[in-house]
Write a protein that binds this ligand. Structure first.
Ligand code: PFF
Length: 526
């Protein structure tokens, strides 16, 4: 503590960095297939409900948690959550809640990036293939091309390492010269590419079948279909809100820790949400779904996970200027992924810097090695097993990239709202251009948001049980016994990482607030 921390260089830099954090593969790769395979218009209803009930309130909490933690010199979740929780409970209990939150954030930032960095590598590889015409030959299906790609060690490892090295150099340079500088460059380019693609999508007409047009594609997601509403699509929509806004991950808090104690929170966090939603539903929704609909029809749109890497290349192959449009698309994905992955990378660098006392540049390379280790199984599974199920990836994504986000969101609300109470509201509004009114805080933060997250957690648990994720051999690998060890490997890794994260964040809290824990009384205040 006491050591001065870096701050954001400018307001615009801060907003672009936060938008870079939130706008990621979640907006352009995940959202379109989630929306399309969960009923389109039926998905958008719970999506907006979750945005209002969970997205906005939790985003405000995370900015507040982070800015307050930053004031005490923390960039990680354990101590941040501790500082809020101790306002409403004894330090010993607060330290437990903090350590739990820190453990989850550690698991998310380490393990989500274990596969996310690979997808960034694929987007780079596919940009290369687009420019060189690598998937244009109709003799091989785009599905086969994708499988060949992920089973080809030269492609997989080259582009993955390039992406990781780029991230390492960016993070090494620090908050202003690294993260902020890259966001200022990449985010505007991303929006320009997104707008070009969206316009292209809307002007495509009906190239294949007079019944399929891009306008019908738009209709498909913007026509609210109450009859097709289901719990499954509601859970998927709320899960998408967590993922796309980067909440329940710890990385918004980490970025907010580089704010000054009186920097505005309310307007800036709403600006981040607006930029993210514009990228997701306007650009992601317009560029991807209508193009896919016009070329592949209603069934093609619901292609699921393969929408970006399998269905769209099929489109680029047949459309005029497809190679250019394809390059723009995969570069857009790359920029989106890169500016998000920086945030997870920086979280771990802050952890190593602050808790192990390592210098930033060394910390960046230590994390680099960590990412190589945790990313290896993801890259090796298809190569060694000659399959394309990505079972290890799926298992990690289900638990760490989906389920744990909800758990962390709930912990944050408990600490920052139920325990810190009106102090949290006061803190949130400090220095604000706008203020959060107390009626909003009382209705949303105190009641509706925790209830919605708890309900989401409950129904997600049931959904996970039904999908067979709790079984010793989860249903999705029942027919591929050779993949069972990969799933169990993923489980072992998740367990070890959470345990390590718990001990690490407890230690981090104890090293700074040991006196409070011994006396079980709050005494350290700034
Ligand atoms: N909001 C980000 C996205 O939509 O992609 C979530 C994210 C995932 C951020 C992975 C960072 C990351 F490494």
């Amino acid at each position: 503590m006491g050591k001065s921390r870096e701050n954001w260089g400018s307001k615009i830099g801060l907003i672009l960095a936060m938008a870079g954090n939130a706008v990621g593969l979640g907006n352009f790769w995940r959202f379109p297939y989630q929306a399309a395979s969960n009923g389109g218009g039926a998905f958008m209803i719970p999506y907006f409900a979750a945005l209002i009930l969970i997205g906005i309130p939790v985003m405000l909490i995370e900015w507040n948690l982070g800015r307050y933690g930053g004031k005490y010199g923390h960039g990680t979740l354990g101590p941040m959550v501790y500082l809020q929780a101790r306002e409403g409970t004894k330090p010993k209990t607060a330290a437990f809640i903090g350590a739990l939150a820190g453990a989850i954030a550690f698991a998310v930032t380490l393990l989500v990036n274990s596969y996310y960095n690979h997808i960034i590598g694929w987007t780079l590889g596919y940009s290369f293939l687009s420019i060189t015409g690598g998937y244009m030959d109709p003799a091989t299906s785009t599905g086969e091309i994708f499988v060949n790609y992920i089973q080809n060690p030269a492609m997989v490892f080259t582009f993955w390492i390039i992406a990781l090295t780029g991230l390492g150099f960016a993070v090494m340079r620090g908050v202003q010269k690294g993260i902020e500088a890259w966001a200022k460059l990449m985010m505007p380019v991303l929006y320009v590419f997104g707008i070009i693609l969206a316009i292209r999508a809307l002007t495509i007409g009906s190239p294949v079948n007079p019944d399929w047009s891009s306008m019908k594609g738009l209709n498909y997601i913007w026509n609210p279909d109450f009859t097709a509403l289901s719990w499954k699509s509601a859970i998927a929509a709320a899960g998408q809100i967590f993922f796309t806004l980067s909440i329940g991950m710890g990385i918004i808090c980490n970025y907010a820790s580089y704010l000054k104690p009186d920097d505005d929170v309310v307007v800036s966090s709403l600006a981040t949400i607006s930029l993210n939603e514009f990228a997701e539903i306007i650009l992601g929704g317009t560029a991807v779904i209508p193009i896919a609909y016009a070329f592949l029809g209603p069934d093609g749109v619901g292609a699921g996970v393969g929408l970006s890497f399998i269905a769209l290349p099929n489109v680029f192959r047949t459309m005029g200027g497809g190679q250019i449009v394809g390059s723009l698309w995969f570069l857009l994905l790359f920029f989106a992924g890169f500016t998000s992955a920086i945030a997870m990378y920086n979280y771990l660098v802050a952890l190593v810097e602050e808790d192990l006392g390592m210098e930033r540049s060394k910390a960046a390379w230590a994390v680099f090695i960590g990412y190589i280790i945790v990313g290896l199984p993801v890259g090796l599974e298809p190569i060694l097993t000659k399959t394309a199920d990505l079972a290890y990836f799926t298992e990690v994504d289900n638990w760490v990239g989906t389920y744990l986000l909800i758990v962390l969101g709930l912990l944050e609300v408990i600490a920052a709202v139920w325990l810190a109470g009106s102090k949290a509201l006061e803190e949130m509004n400090r220095g604000g251009i706008w203020q959060v009114p107390s009626w909003f805080f009382n209705i949303f933060h105190r009641v509706l948001t925790p209830l919605s997250i708890a309900a989401l957690l409950f129904f997600s648990t049931i959904d996970f049980m039904k999908a067979g994720y709790f079984k010793a051999v989860p249903s999705f690998v029942e027919k591929t016994p050779q993949l069972v060890p990969w799933v169990n490997g993923a489980r072992a890794v998740i367990f070890v990482v959470i345990l390590t994260g718990f001990m690490q964040s407890y230690k981090s809290i104890k090293s700074k607030y040991g006196k409070e824990l011994d006396e079980n009384k709050v005494s350290i205040r700034l």
